[in-house]
Design a protein. Structure first.
Length: 142
């Protein structure tokens, strides 16, 4: 099944029981969700890797005897044109210092994310859901 394009991205903060955190000041809005939209100028790419573990072959008597497949470790590289600054800080686990900035308190936010694409004929939606992940910003291209 071929997919095409990036149709949507949504974020939500989750607690230790993977329940959506709601309420202003705690979650990403009163309903707990933030949907990337026109105000963010949309998303450009969501490159997903590690959807399955890399097979490890076990050899014996000069041939493969077994194959172990470790647990998947998905990773997503997002490119969003102008993600809301406050939301970006929240999903990275940064704390508002009430002086106009955000600081790293070493607290990792647990984030649920839903990425939506479409089939190549654009008749059906395809969803990639991640229930509890850690988001980081490893670099910046200026």
């Amino acid at each position: 099944m071929a997919t095409v394009g990036l149709y949507g991205i949504a974020f939500g903060l989750v607690d230790q029981d993977q329940k959506l955190i709601t309420g202003t000041g705690k979650g990403l809005g009163t309903d707990g969700l933030y949907v990337v939209g026109r105000a963010d100028l949309g998303g450009k790419t969501a490159n997903i890797t590690g959807l399955s573990g890399t097979p490890v072959k076990k050899y014996g008597f000069n041939r493969v005897q077994a194959v172990d497949i470790p647990q998947a470790e998905p990773s997503v590289a997002l490119d969003i044109n102008d993600l809301n600054f406050a939301i970006k800080q929240q999903i990275k686990g940064m704390i508002n210092d009430q002086k106009g900035g955000y600081t790293d308190q070493g607290i990792q936010a647990h984030v649920a994310m839903l990425i939506t694409t479409q089939t190549i004929d654009r008749l059906h939606y395809v969803y990639y859901g991640f229930g509890d992940g850690i988001l980081s910003e490893s670099g910046a291209n200026l």
